[in-house]
Write a protein that binds this ligand. Structure first.
Ligand code: SF4
Length: 450
């Protein structure tokens, strides 16, 4: 009987796609997917360590999986993969009892071998070596999303922002060959996934190793021209690398979505400098003006940290005023937490009291909620095009999709319509999404088998 695996993913889109590759690797080695940990021979926890809370969640999940086996039940083997595995290495075995395999971010291809060996010998296995290979053969990923396809274009990062653990856990920046990226996009589109997400830590820093002079704007143009493609998105760009050519490409290329996630992290130049973000508040605001002038109707989103070491009341006031000035359509906001090995953890005391961080986070989120609600209310009465990408978990007759600007729209429909485009008349707005009534549908392309 085939052995069975289950993967649980923590963190971002990149981790989601890494899990798709791990699933593909395990299935190529003869494993079959399980629905519950109790039915699995191995549970892989693909972890994130960007924030302290993410670490804690993984540790408590390991305990739950162990206890779910129950008395007399055969507990599945537990493999910890991803950023936490890379960061902790062998210490992971001591931090969480019951971990059998530790596989680092750059060693994912070794996962099936390590799991086989651990199952065969009932001994612990580890590989956190920094393998450099970013060539992913076609078909390596088992795609889990019926509508969207994630395609890696860059791995790692060389920027070493003071708060960020990514360069430590995902290694130095490596560019994937353009030829390979285009082949993977073609294959994804042929499988019926018409929304492509290009992924990289600084996605707009791309330079093709196999096509000198080809930058991210050129890559976008090449992806946009692939027959059958309906939408192109990308994450995450760095403000420093948003060029005039990229703004032109976002305006001109018909399939590139009119949404730009532009992480700023703080509205204070003083804090931005301590964070080593390498741009000022004014430069960021100037870039926002150029993007809005260059791409009509573009929607912006961002990441924000409150309570970074040394952040004074005036710095936080600058963050609030920047948020007001830009009018982001959405925001991921967090309290600063020290991450092991980062410059901030080594050199800057975590000196903003926890209660003050809570207060600032609540004030920022309140402000953002008001801005989102106002922007969403402006959409009431208009008709927008959405790609239907999910069915409500509570009601099968409620669908949701996203506009080109990345706003979530909910409306009644049938789950057979997943993957179609719908024109939806907006009737109601909330802080996080819109509600409306579909006016017309375009048929989905032949769907993939999941
Ligand atoms: S650019 Fe992004 S991934 Fe790289 S160090 Fe800074 S925050 Fe982390």
């Amino acid at each position: 009987m085939a052995k069975r695996y289950l993967i649980e993913t923590f963190g971002c889109q990149m981790n989601f796609h890494d899990s798709e590759r791990m699933a593909g690797l395990l299935e190529a080695a003869g494993y079959e997917p399980a629905l519950e940990p109790a039915d699995a021979d191995v549970v892989v926890l693909n972890t994130c360590t960007v924030r302290e809370k993410a670490d804690d969640k993984v540790l408590s999940r390991i305990g739950e999986i162990r206890s779910e086996a129950g008395p007399g039940g055969q507990a599945p083997l537990i493999a910890v993969a991803g950023c936490l595995a890379q960061q902790d290495g062998a210490a992971m075995f001591r931090r969480a009892r019951g971990v059998d395999v530790v596989v680092g971010t750059m060693a994912e291809r070794r996962l099936p071998l390590l799991v086989d060996e651990a199952l065969r010998t009932r001994s612990r296995q580890i590989d956190i070596n920094p393998y450099d290979d970013v060539s992913f053969p076609l078909g390596m990923a088992r795609r889990m999303d019926p509508v969207k396809a994630y395609v890696t274009i860059i791995e790692g990062c060389n920027d070493y922002c003071a708060f960020c653990v990514v360069p430590h856990t995902r290694g130095h920046e490596r560019m994937r060959p353009k030829g390979e990226i285009l082949e993977e996009v073609q294959e994804a589109v042929q499988s019926g996934r018409t929304e492509i997400h290009l992924l990289g830590q600084i996605v707009n820093h791309y330079q093709a190793p196999d096509d000198p002079g080809c930058d991210f704007a050129d890559l976008l143009a090449a992806v946009d021209a692939i027959p059958g493609i309906r939408r192109v998105r990308f994450a995450s760009p760095h403000p420093r690398h948003v060029t005039a050519r990229l703004i032109d490409a976002m305006r001109e290329l018909p399939h590139v979505c009119k949404h730009l996630h532009l992480p700023v992290q703080s509205g204070s130049t003083r804090v931005l400098s301590a964070m080593r973000r390498r741009h000022t508040r004014d430069e960021y605001l100037e870039l926002v003006r150029a993007v809005k002038a260059g791409v009509a109707g573009i929607q912006l989103s961002t990441d924000m940290i409150v309570g970074f070491p040394g952040e004074a009341d005036e710095d936080f006031a600058d963050t609030l005023s920047l948020v007001e000035a830009v009018g982001f359509h959405s925001m991921f906001s967090f309290k600063y937490s020290e991450r092991p090995g980062t410059l901030a953890a080594k050199r800057l005391p975590d000196d903003v009291p926890e209660g003050e961080k809570d207060r600032r986070l609540a004030a920022l989120q309140d402000l953002q909620k008001g801005i989102q609600t106002r922007l969403h209310e402006e959409a009431v009465g208009s008709t927008v095009e959405v790609l239907i990408d999910s069915v409500s978990r509570r009601r099968e007759t409620e669908l949701s999709g996203r506009t080109t600007g990345n706003t979530v729209v909910n409306f009644p429909g049938n789950q057979r319509e997943l993957g179609s485009f719908a024109m939806v008349e907006i009737e109601r707005a909330g802080a996080h999404s819109l509600w409306g009534r579909p006016r017309s549908l375009t048929a989905p392309r032949p769907g993939p088998t999941l």
